[in-house]
Design a protein around this ligand. Structure first.
Ligand SMILES: C[S@@+](CC[C@H](N)C(=O)[O-])C[C@H]1O[C@@H](n2cnc3c(N)ncnc32)[C@H](O)[C@@H]1O
Length: 230
């Protein structure tokens, strides 16, 4: 299996009306509203959907970083009316030790090796002020075999302990769909990678799926990890 070509899929991905907008993003916005950060870095922020949805949370400075040029262009367009948001495509343009919070939404599963995970989390650590928090949302590694409202995978739970194994994800909102290749990181692997990168977990929140016609999946599609930079 090869890896997801984000440049090729960026536009298609950004068209999906992902259930996270009503679930995970609401949970993180609630937490940000309580924490009131002065500066937020959205690392791997994609098309800027997350930060554009933070209308009720007054954050004076937001930087969105994404390495995929089409994602950067989409985010620049989407955030053009927001004077406090800047969008960059290079880590060189991110101020070190500056941010109170870094969000890391749906990026961990794009990282291909244990080394890349630790390097990426360590980079994020370097952009945070001492004591800053990374908020990482990931598809819950324990429930990949379950079908959810806007995604399903071909993951077999027998591979749970095979960290770094790849699986297919089909995202669909009923109108648009896209197929991605993601990488599996178990709960234990994510905890180890956070610790190696200088973080200590403060809280885990397991998010329920969007209810469809009264039915809710008997599992959690998304997990949000809150970890403090040591
Ligand atoms: C599933 S999308 C999520 C985008 C956005 N955070 C969201 O929640 O909609 C994954 C994003 O991770 C970005 N990405 C892939 N590898 C990355 C890396 N090593 N560092 C930062 N971002 C990365 C991709 O360009 C893509 O925009």
């Amino acid at each position: 299996m090869s890896f997801t070509d984000w440049e090729a899929l960026a536009t298609q991905y950004s068209r999906i009306n992902d259930a996270r907008r009503d679930t995970v993003f609401v949970e993180i916005a609630r937490w940000l509203g309580e924490r009131k950060p002065g500066a937020l870095l959205d690392y791997g922020g994609g098309d800027g959907s997350f930060v554009c949805g933070l209308t009720q949370v007054p954050i004076p400075e937001i930087v969105v970083f994404d390495p995929t040029p089409t994602m950067v262009a989409l985010a620049q367009e989407k955030c053009a009316h927001l004077a406090h948001v800047s969008v960059v495509g290079s880590v060189e343009l991110i101020a070190p030790r500056h941010f109170d919070v870094a969000t890391f939404n749906a990026v961990w599963m794009s990282l291909r090796s244990d080394t890349e995970c630790v390097e990426t989390l360590s980079l994020i650590h370097g952009f945070l002020r001492p004591g800053g928090t990374v908020v990482a949302s990931v598809t819950h590694p324990c429930f990949r075999a379950q079908r959810f409202s806007t995604y399903r995978t071909d993951f077999d739970n027998a591979r749970y302990f095979e960290d770094g194994s790849q699986f297919l994800v089909e995202m669909s909102d009923g109108l648009e769909s896209v197929v991605l290749i993601d990488t599996h990181w178990s709960l234990g692997a994510m905890v180890r990678q956070l610790r190696k990168s200088g973080f200590q977990i403060e809280e885990l929140r397991e998010i329920r799926d969007r209810v469809i016609d009264g039915w809710v999946a008997p599992a959690s599609p998304w997990l949000v990890l809150y970890a403090r930079a040591q």
